[in-house]
Design a binder for this molecule. Sequence first.
Ligand code: GDP
Ligand code: MG
Length: 163
Amino acid sequence: MKPTIALVGRPNVGKSTLFNRLTRSRDALVADQPGLTRDRHYGHGRVGSKPYLVIDTGGFEPVVDEGILFEMAKQTLQAVDEADAIVFLVDGRTGITPQDKIIANRLRRSNQPVYLVVNKAEGMRSAVATAEFHELALGEPLSISASHGDGVRELMEMVLEHF
Ligand code: GDP
Ligand code: MG
């Protein structure tokens, strides 16, 4: 059976850009405006002989509830439940945000494998791009550039290794 991989992360980290690259489609809406992709999008792709299904999510929409309380979007939670593996994207240019920490807290309790992926790392040394993200305690972060394609194949080979 094809493994399902969910792309998760706060708005604007590059989920839809990665989705497009993984599915070679323009299905997902990519925009400068954070949080524009509202629904889940499904697409098919393959690495070598290994096919996969990938889910693009609209991100974790912040809910302000007396003070600062964030909740994962229901759609995203559903995508996480459906997935066999989770790719958690963060932004190597902006660094860790409070939303990243909330998402990381939730994903640390996930039953599926979680891959912490530092995007927008083109032109950066991997060790520099990933350094601060060790704090999220989700294992060794990988660095990629969804828009340039750097590290994307290596990421997918790692994710698909056990399927
Ligand atoms: P999403 O909200 O997580 O789906 O993010 P998008 O895929 O819509 O991307 C948000 C913004 O980040 C867009 O302006 C993208 O062009 C930009 N972006 C995505 N991937 C990269 C990358 O690898 N490098 C850089 N520099 N920008 C990127
Ligand atoms: Mg999007």
